[in-house]
Design a protein around this ligand. Sequence first.
Ligand code: ASP
Length: 439
Amino acid sequence: MVKVVKFGGSSLANAEQFKKVASIIKAEESRRYVVPSAPGKRFPDDTKVTDMLYKCYDLAAKGKDFTDSFDAIKQRYYEIINELSLSLSLEKEFEIIKACFIGKAGRDYAASRGEYLNGIILANFLGYEFIDAADVIFFTESGSFDPVKTGEILKARLENVERAVIPGFYGSMPNDTIKTFSRGGSDITGSIVASAVNADLYENWTDVSGFLIADPRIIDNPEPITVITYKELRELSYMGAGVLHEDAIFPVRKAGIPINIKNTNAPDDPGTMIVESTSQKPRFTITGIAGKTGFSVINIEKDMMNSEIGFGRKVLEVLEKNGICFEHMPSGIDTMSIIVHQAEFEKKEQEILAGIHRNVNPDVIDIETDLALIAVVGRGMKSTRGTAGRIFSALAHAHINVKMIDQGSSELNIIIGVDESDFAAATKCIYDIFVTFQL
Ligand code: ASP
């Protein structure tokens, strides 16, 4: 049995957290490959080391004095080293990093040092081999992850290594410069390593006991999700459910490796298992509810629209030319609505309206703003009659007007558009009907 374990920033924020991490790793022989993040927040108002590094580098890049900012970063690491009583000096590393900051090695290089240094400390503390991610994780010329080169080199490198620490978040470009994934990207590194060693399980350790059915900022103490499929998670994470970087799903999913989200501060909690498919019946008809505010709708009307060949393409071409992606596109016989992210759309609004006029000459175009989308997701909905009925009668009883409905043919999700002011109330009444009243 081989497990790849990834620990997030809050799990490695200070020496006390390092000790918890080490005891989790040592508790199971199979936890052989470890992927750490940079030290995160120790308390709510604290600053993550990654953010300190970005700030410090920005000063250096502007030619300003960055001594204090750099010392504060050093202090974070030295505090960990001293409190763990390690005989490890990072002085040489810090000298190199300082010189590279002065030499303007780039923001990605700067940010990556957070994971790099934390990896050195963790490897020393555990007595594991340290493998620099720059030697085993690769990006292509265009800056996207290179799965082929990485797969070959990483697999070969780990073949005869019993136990290792590989820092998350970064890798190298063909010209040997450092590049990072997007924020939270250590999750992706963990997934890549799990796939390379053909792990039995990818454990992703964080500061919550897995996914919850709904956002705890809206619902008091929502029930946890014990098992979720990759597909369900995609539908939920796409709507902003956080916890795991959405790109972290792909490498393990391809290799058929499940992910277990676990809590470093409550290691006995089962957490959430993310699996390809399962025969386990879900506890409730729905697996989760996720939502997001900040959408706009472009409503287009034109008589005989449905018989005009190429109408949809001509409209979407305008969005494409303006670099805007659309979220949904419900349509009627003479109407078509396109749902877009308000913040992106606002910047290009007039160009887009002019473009649509030019391309399809509509009778009416109007714009609605401040829409919230709520995704109700669950494999249990597939063959259950009345799911949509229950949702909409609950919303009607709560006096919430539904502005848009979209159910995918997979029957895995129902997406509902409501006014932003109804967002929390709508989420709550859907949660209550499927979860609270079923407990
Ligand atoms: N340290 C990086 C960040 O704060 C990457 C990570 O933690 O996954 O985004």
